[in-house]
Design a protein around this ligand. Structure first.
Ligand code: GLU
Length: 516
C-alpha cells in the first residue's frame, strides 16, 4: 500500500510512505549494523536568536533519548551562515539549556573529544572532505555567475518548470577549471545528486521515499566564501562526532535523502533518523521566532519554572507512555526520561495550548511552596519583584510573614509569582493611590468605618452593615463594591471577605482612615 504524505507543510514534494513489508532495500541504519555503538545525539541549532519552545522540544527529546540509553547529548552550533549570526546567541542558549536542565555532555563551552563544536571553527575539516568528494567525482566546482543563475531561475519561472541547475560546470575540462581558478574566478562547489529510490527509514514516520534527484538541482555544498552549506557540514559533523541518531524537526525531513546521498558518496553509514512533528500555534499557524512569549528566556523572566515548561512541551506531539494532559502529570526529568518512547511520537503536527503552561506552573508553584527550602527562595524572589515594581514599598508588606501569607492566598489564583505584582493585585503591596468612583457620601462611609471598628469579625460587620443599609435605604451590593474600591482602588476583584482577610484588620482600618 502506498500512502501519500498527508501534509503540504513539507512543500511541493510528494513524500511517499510505504508500509514496512514493502520496505525492500531500506536505507540501513547504524544501530542495526553496529548495535554496540554508543548512543550519541545532538541538538544543532543555528545561533540566530533566542531558544523557543520548538527548539527546546528538539533539544529535550534528544536529551531524553540519550539519557534513557546511557548515551551522550551534544550541542553543536551550526553557524556557517554568517549573515544570520547573532552575537551572544550561543552563550544565551547554553545558559538557558543549563537553567532548564537539558544539559549537554559536550558543547562549545564544555568542550569534549569531538570538538570544535562551532561549525565555523571546523572550516579546514570541510575543505578536506569537499576535496575528497571532488576527487571521487561526487562534487564539482561551479563558476556560474550570480547573473547566469538568476537567468536560469527566471527562465524556469517563465516556463513554469523547476529551477534545476543545468550542470553546465560539470562538463568543464581540467584545463578550463585550472584557467578559471588561476584568473581568480570565484566558485562554489556543487554535490552531484543521483537518484535515490529506496525508502529512508524514519523512526517516527516509517519508511519514506523521496527521490530528491527528480525535484532539485545539484546543491551547493561549499559557498564561494569557503563556508560549507548546512547539508555538507551537518553530514560531516554527524559522522565525525559519532552521532548515532538524528532527532530533528519534521521541516528537515525533505533534506534527509540528500544527506543519505552524501553519506553514500563518502562511503559512510548514515545514522538513524527520527523527525519530530511540527509544532503549531493553537490557531494552526506556524510558530514564528518573533513570538516573544514562546522564547524560553521570556518564560523564565516571567517566572515559569523549568519543570512546567518541560512538561508543557511534552504535551505536544506525544512520545510518552501515559502522558496525557493532567495536572497530576508534572513529571521530573528522571520520570520523563523513563517514560519517553520514540515510537509513541505522533506524526501529526501538534498545537500549543498556552493556557496549559499556566496551569502546570500553578502546580509547580504549589509544590515549591510546600517545600520549606523552596518556600524561602520563593519569598525572596517575590520580595525582589515587589521592591522593583513598587519603589518605596513599606517594610511591613515585604516581611517574610506577609509575603508568605500572600503567596499562600495566591496559590489558587496566580500562575506565576510575577502575577502577584500585576496591576490588579497591587493593592496587596500598597494602599490605593487612586480610586475608581465611590458613590457613597463621606458621611455614610464614616458610619461604615465605625461599624467595622466595632465589629468582632466579618460576619458581625456584614450583619451590622445590612442593618445600616436598610436604615439608610442603601443597596447592600453597592455598598460592598464601594468598600472594595476603598480598600483596593478598584471595583472588580476578589470577594470583600477575602480582601479583608488578606489585608488584615489593622491594614483594613488604615485604608479606611486614609480615605477619610
Ligand atoms: N541547523 C539546523 C537547525 O537550525 C539543524 C537541523 C538538523 O538538526 O539537522 O535546526
Amino acid at each position: 500500500m502506498l500512502r501519500i504524505y498527508p501534509s503540504l507543510e513539507l512543500g511541493r514534494i510528494g513524500l511517499c510512505f510505504y508500509n514496512l513489508e514493502q520496505g525492500v532495500g531500506l536505507i540501513s541504519t547504524r544501530i542495526r549494523m553496529m548495535s554496540s555503538a554508543p548512543v550519541r545525539v545532538r541538538f544543532a541549532p543555528s545561533p540566530t536568536g533566542q531558544l523557543h519552545l520548538g527548539g527546546l522540544r528538539t533539544a529535550l527529546y534528544n536529551y531524553l533519548f540519550a539519557k534513557a540509553r546511557g548515551g551522550s547529548f551534544i550541542l553543536r552550533i551550526e553557524d556557517t551562515d554568517r549573515s544570520r549570526f547573532v552575537p551572544g546567541a550561543t552563550e544565551n542558549l547554553e545558559n538557558i539549556l543549563d537553567w532548564i536542565g537539558v544539559k549537554p555532555d559536550e558543547s562549545p563551552s564544555k568542550g569534549g573529544d569531538y570538538g570544535p563544536y562551532f561549525q565555523s571553527h571546523r572550516l579546514d575539516i570541510y575543505t578536506k572532505y569537499v576535496n575528497q568528494l571532488i576527487d571521487g567525482g561526487h562534487a564539482y566546482k561551479c563558476f556560474c555567475t550570480e547573473r547566469r543563475l538568476e537567468l536560469l531561475k527566471r527562465e524556469a519561472a517563465r516556463t513554469r518548470t523547476s529551477n534545476i541547475y543545468d550542470r553546465r560546470c560539470l562538463s568543464l575540462s581540467e584545463g578550463q577549471i585550472k584557467e578559471k581558478e588561476e584568473s581568480g574566478v570565484s566558485y562554489t562547489v556543487r554535490f552531484k545528486l543521483s537518484s535515490i529510490t529506496e525508502p529512508v527509514n524514519d523512526l517516527v514516520y516509517g519508511p519514506v521515499v523521496h527521490d530528491v534527484f527528480q525535484f532539485e538541482g545539484d546543491p551547493i555544498i561549499l559557498k564561494s566564501d569557503g563556508f560549507p552549506t548546512y547539508h555538507l557540514a551537518n553530514v560531516i559533523d554527524d559522522h565525525l562526532m559519532g552521532i548515532s541518531h538524528v532527532l530533528r524537526g519534521a521541516e528537515w525531513q525533505v533534506s534527509t535523502p540528500k544527506h543519505v546521498l552524501l553519506y553514500r558518496a563518502f562511503g559512510w553509514n548514515p545514522p538513524e533518523f527520527a523527525h519530530l512533528p511540527l509544532i503549531l500555534n493553537q490557531d494552526g499557524s506556524k510558530l514564528s521566532k518573533r513570538q516573544d512569549d514562546l522564547h524560553i528566556l521570556s518564560l523564565r523572566e516571567n517566572l515559569y519554572y523549568p519543570e512546567s515548561i518541560l512538561n508543557f512541551i511534552t504535551l505536544v506531539g506525544g512520545g510518552f507512555e501515559d502522558k496525557e494532559y493532567s495536572l497530576r502529570n508534572l513529571f521530573s526529568m528522571q520520570e520523563l526520561t523513563t517514560k519517553f518512547q520514540l515510537n509513541r511520537i505522533n506524526s501529526n503536527s501538534g498545537k500549543l495550548e498556552m493556557e496549559r503552561l499556566g496551569e502546570l506552573n500553578q502546580v509547580a508553584l504549589r509544590r515549591r511552596f510546600d517545600d520549606p527550602g523552596e518556600r524561602r527562595v520563593l519569598i525572596k524572589s517575590c520580595r525582589n519583584l515587589v521592591i522593583q515594581a513598587i519603589p518605596g514599598v513599606q517594610d511591613k508588606f515585604i516581611s517574610d510573614e506577609c509575603i508568605e501569607k500572600y503567596l499562600l492566598w495566591g496559590l489558587e489564583r496566580i500562575k506565576t509569582v510575577k502575577d502577584l505584582v500585576n496591576p490588579d493585585l497591587l493593592y496587596l503591596w500598597t494602599s490605593p493611590q487612586t480610586y475608581e468612583t465611590i458613590s457613597l457620601t463621606k458621611d455614610t462611609l464614616s458610619k461604615i468605618f465605625e461599624i467595622y471598628e466595632n465589629s468582632d469579625d466579618f460576619k458581625g460587620f456584614q450583619k451590622n452593615l445590612r442593618s445600616l443599609c436598610s436604615i439608610l435605604g442603601l443597596k447592600f451590593p453597592v455598598v460592598m463594591k464601594d468598600i472594595r474600591v476603598l480598600l483596593t482602588g478598584r471595583k472588580e476583584g476578589p470577594p470583600l471577605l477575602e480582601i479583608i482577610q488578606i489585608l488584615g484588620r489593622e491594614e483594613t482600618l488604615n485604608r479606611f482612615k486614609q480615605y477619610k
